[in-house]
Ligand binder design. Structure first.
Ligand code: FES
Length: 108
C-alpha cells in the first residue's frame, strides 16, 4: 500500500481533529498547536467512540466519553479506563496534501 490523500493541510485547524476513513479504517487527523500533523486510529479502545469527537491537549487526544487521553505520538492511553493503544500512522505533507498510509503503522 501507499500513502493516500487524507485531506488538505489548509482544512486542518489547530487542535481540531478531523475524522477520515482510508481503506475502511477510521483515522483521527490532528494538527497540533506546533503545526505537527498526527494520525491515529479514531476508535477509542475502551468503547466504540470516535476520538475525533474528543479534545486535543498538547500531544494528546482525549476521549470525551470517559476521559482516556491517547498520545498522538505513541497511540498509548495515558490514563484509564482505556489501556490498549490505538494505531499510529505515518503522515507525509506534500504541499497542501496530507498523505497517510493506512496499511503502515508506526511502532510505538
Ligand atoms: S469510550 Fe473512550 S474512554 Fe471510554
Amino acid at each position: 500500500m501507499t500513502a493516500q490523500r487524507a485531506c488538505a493541510l489548509s482544512e486542518l485547524e489547530q487542535d481540531t481533529p478531523l475524522r477520515v476513513v482510508l481503506d475502511g479504517k477510521p483515522i483521527a487527523v490532528v494538527r497540533d498547536s506546533n503545526d505537527v500533523v498526527h494520525a491515529i486510529g479514531d476508535t477509542c479502545t475502551h468503547g466504540d467512540i470516535s476520538l475525533a469527537e474528543g479534545f486535543v491537549e498538547g500531544e494528546t487526544l482525549e476521549c470525551w466519553a470517559h476521559g482516556s487521553a491517547f498520545s498522538l505520538v505513541t497511540g498509548k492511553p495515558l490514563n484509564l479506563p482505556a489501556f490498549e493503544p490505538v494505531p499510529v500512522y505515518t503522515v507525509t505533507i506534500d504541499g497542501d496534501d496530507v498523505l497517510i498510509d493506512p496499511s503502515a503503522t508506526v511502532a510505538a
